[in-house]
Write a protein that binds this ligand. Sequence first.
Ligand SMILES: Cc1cc2nc3c(=O)[nH]c(=O)nc-3n(C[C@H](O)[C@H](O)[C@H](O)COP(=O)(O)OP(=O)(O)OC[C@H]3O[C@@H](n4cnc5c(N)ncnc54)[C@H](O)[C@@H]3O)c2cc1C
Length: 371
Amino acid sequence: MKVIVIGAGASGVVAAINYKRHHLSDDVLIIEHLDKPLKKILATGNGKCNLGNAKIDFSRFNNPEFAKEIIADYDYKTLFDSVSIQTKLIDEYAYPVSESAVSVREALLNECRKLGIKINVEEQFENYEVNAQIKVITNKNTLVCDKLIISGGLCSSPKLGSDGSVLKIIEKHGYKINEPKAGLSPLYTIEKTKLIDGIRVKAKVSIIENGRKVHEELGEVLFKDHGLSGIVIFNAMSIIARKPDLKHKIVLDLLPDFSESFLTDYRKNHSFNEFLQAFINPKISSYLKERFTKENLIFESIKNLEFNFDKSYGFDFSQVSVGGISVEEINENMMSKRENNVYFIGELLDIDGPCGGYNLTWAFASALRIK
Ligand SMILES: Cc1cc2nc3c(=O)[nH]c(=O)nc-3n(C[C@H](O)[C@H](O)[C@H](O)COP(=O)(O)OP(=O)(O)OC[C@H]3O[C@@H](n4cnc5c(N)ncnc54)[C@H](O)[C@@H]3O)c2cc1C
């Protein structure tokens, strides 16, 4: 048997390792168009690789039922122990003990070498044909295999390899595809924020979708020249990207640790400037004064600062793409329902989660389904 895996990213490399472990005599070849495998892994978790999460909340994936079915039996500790990587938790977030994504990359590549998995780099996957066997067409070769495992990611951070080229090929094969949108990225707001560019605040962030609150999360917000950033905003961007046709507002509670009645009482006993001085970063106070002018409006905005969503910062700034191949197109072993022995894994599928190890969890768990 010959197996070809498209894409030497997180899911492709783990799928190759797992398949080869179950079928030692089969030939496994990975085709990667960049000059090196696993480039994106190096950028994950700010170079530390947040490879898992001990408290996955499945409702935070889109298509949560399908994600749960695939991930339920997955354990990152078992996978990483098997390639000699020990993990630790920082809160619920799992990292290698070395706190280095380089260790994760080297461990996976060492395992490929040990198992005799070949990786062809600088080779672009261009198409495939399914007959009795599967013909794989690249810019350099026409190859034949018995099973084809397709990863390749979607469109986020294209410099790290995922440039959308694989999805275009899949589209030609008639699969139902939900158009990829940039998730986990900063976002532009209609309202200008230049005055507070670079300021960080702890805030409760709510997303209002067509007038209805659909999500609330506490975290650090970073004001940009013309919009918002920070992990909570990245997560908000993914939720917004899942319903691109609806109107979205982002509302910040700038003082989540203080109740409205406490703040009202404090205000009564102090001048308005003293009140602002007591609770609000001076640059944010200047911004609020300029934007709302009247004291009552400024006061109201502190726990209810509204921004109208304009657009995402785009794929170059995005950590994960929302959309991809519909999960209706595959079975629980990641095999296509249309084409025998063709499998899809990782971000290429219409599953995405928030920051915090969710997306690597999906990439690895989906890869391990193919035995
Ligand atoms: C900056 C950044 C930080 C992140 N941090 C985290 C984190 O800490 N924790 C977490 O869980 N998730 C994180 N993510 C998300 C996570 O990295 C991805 O969800 C995950 O890598 C997806 O795995 P994948 O194998 O599906 O795709 P990818 O990792 O994108 O791999 C796809 C591979 O296919 C190759 N390829 C694409 N097209 C072709 C083609 N036509 N021919 C040949 N090869 C091709 C690409 O070059 C690439 O190597 C981060 C993402 C980014 C960009």
